[in-house]
Ligand binder design. Structure first.
Ligand code: DC
Length: 233
């Protein structure tokens, strides 16, 4: 079994974080934690409870909700207080509101605390998000920052929606990505940014296999330097 390492993967929506983080976690037999799913879960619940305009209530929700993330046989699932909301958190209305919910300081504080706890088990962890290398695990062993052109990111998200049979226009998808980029990178608290010691990989023109291989090479190099034993599947 591999020894424990903490791998932080950050970047904007559609840059390939989830796809590569899941595959890297599987190869290393590490935990995979999608922190975006946690912000989405709180957003979904806030919409359902009709409290989107009440920051105090949303913050309380973030503190009190038990969020469970599981990743088994390549599939992730998300439960809030034991109720499965895996599909619901990917809806368009959640896409449109999640960046505003993520700006709330108390929401971030509550979720960061949960993420730090989830990532502090004996097993290694691959955690993806916007602020993992900068705030959640500033001492992560490896920090990756993924980037990708807006057109390719639009293309990827558009295909995902089409595969699920959801009718949205490319322009709509592109505008949502640009708006989320804008809010995520300009917010006051822990905005999306590359940690100074993160390795940047532009995924616009490379395959998923290449992305994963590059990340694994970086992890292997660090493991060698730190004399950490890794066993890859
Ligand atoms: O990774 P994603 O697109 O599912 O994330 C949804 C939103 O959650 C994203 O637009 C900003 C927010 N987020 C965040 O603020 N910090 C994180 N660590 C992860 C996501």
């Amino acid at each position: 079994m591999s020894e424990r390492m903490v791998i932080a993967i950050d970047g904007p929506a559609g840059s390939g974080k989830s796809t590569s983080a899941k595959l890297v976690a599987q190869k290393l037999n590490f935990l995979y934690i999608d922190t975006g799913a946690m912000y989405r879960a709180i957003t979904f619940l806030a919409i359902k409870k009709n409290i989107l305009s009440d920051k105090a209530k949303i913050s309380e929700l973030a503190e009190k909700t038990d969020i469970e993330l599981t990743f088994e046989n390549g599939k992730t699932s998300v439960k809030a207080n034991n109720i499965d909301i895996t599909e619901e958190i990917r809806s368009q209305v959640v896409n449109e509101n999640v960046s505003d919910v993520s700006k709330i300081e108390e929401v971030r504080a509550a979720l960061v605390k949960k993420q730090q706890k989830m990532g502090s088990k004996d097993i290694g962890v691959v955690m993806e998000g916007r602020d993992i290398g900068t705030v959640v695990f500033p001492n992560a062993d490896v920090k990756i920052f993924l980037t990708c052109s807006i057109d390719e990111r639009t293309n990827r998200r558009f295909k995902e929606f089409a595969e699920k049979g959801k009718a949205v226009s490319e322009t709509f998808v592109k505008n949502n990505l640009l708006e989320r980029d804008r809010i995520d990178s300009t917010r006051d608290i822990s905005p999306l940014m590359k940690a100074p010691d993160a390795v940047e990989i532009d995924t616009s023109d490379i395959t998923i296999e290449e992305q994963v291989n590059r990340i694994l090479e970086i992890i292997k190099t660090t493991a060698n330097k730190k004399k950490i034993n890794l066993e890859l599947k």
